[in-house]
Design a protein around this ligand. Sequence first.
Ligand code: ATP
Ligand code: MG
Length: 360
Amino acid sequence: MTAAKPRILTGDTPTGRLHLGHYVGSLENRIALQDEYDCYFLLANMHAFTTRADKPAEIRQDTIEIVKDWLAAGIDPKRSTIVLQTEVPAIAELTWFFAMLIPFNKVMRNPTLKTEIDAKGLGDTYSFGFPMYAVGQCADILAFRPELVPVGEDQEAHIEMCRDVALKFNQLYCGVGNRVVPEDHVKAGGVFPIPKAKIGRIGRLPGIDGTQKMSKSLGNAIMLSDSPKDVQKKIGRITTGRQSPTEKGDTSNVLFTFVRAFIRDEARVKELERRYAEGDNIGDGHIKQELAEHINALLEPMRSRRAEYEKPGGDDLVIDIIKDGTRRANVVAEETLHLAKKAMKLDFGRRSLAKDTQHS
Ligand code: ATP
Ligand code: MG
């Protein structure tokens, strides 16, 4: 890691294990960008409490399992920094300051929040903290002053909000003129670069139900930690409504969305699409079998890397990685908070977390 490298921040909420949607939406980009960027990957465990405040033990275990998913998928804790949200106090403090820069109604109109409220059946009894997480996410990101945020499509509205907050902060407290283009904000004296979303190869992978996005909270996901049999079973559950191998099929269906996402042989995909569309003696069962093999081939190396952390003591290894990353992350986040407070004329002496962040 060198200071000269531009930074990336992204992360996941520990509301369950990671799935294929995470992989194509964000994880794949994170792994690919580990050398080019100084990467920070955040475990948004505080945000898991917004919908599961009654399940602290599950949130704790999911936090550990997500790190195993990351390590299994190829995130290297030597090159990248793994960050535990609840041990980075600057994030919570920045959340407060940023909450003053976003109109309440704008948060409540955020389309991602609205979709989540519907999809998760939160009705009108969700906690005050639930919509607050969208503001918190601006702080998660900006605490690291990153240039890039690799995310799935559902996060675009959140990143837009984060950009608005950064623009407003720089204009209000750092004297950046409102005609300065986002790319020039830092040059013009802004504390925050205006980060850009980097959407994955597949911005929104549907779940095996074919309707909602694949989501760890909705029971429609193929997990990165699923066994080969589970993968096969779950793929088998995809329904297309097609009756026979000679019926002309619609290649815009969910089965083919998966085919295009996971069979990385263009010529073979084209051939399958042609035969399916023409009803050229190819059954759904055959396609599912081939698809499951490709997904299993993708997951196989992850399974063997994961095995290292599934042994006795594996959780402790993971916790050490979390502590080490979080200590490094606090150095950056504290610096950001200091710069932000200074810009806000709140520089009444600088605290030091140095001792506290040694984490025994
Ligand atoms: P939850 O249901 O708890 O919200 P989730 O499955 O949506 O969980 P998140 O932790 O909210 O997962 O998202 C982590 C990252 O993965 C985000 O960048 C998000 O955009 C991306 N992502 C999640 N689901 C998908 C999907 N189905 N397709 C593409 N990207 C996805
Ligand atoms: Mg989500």
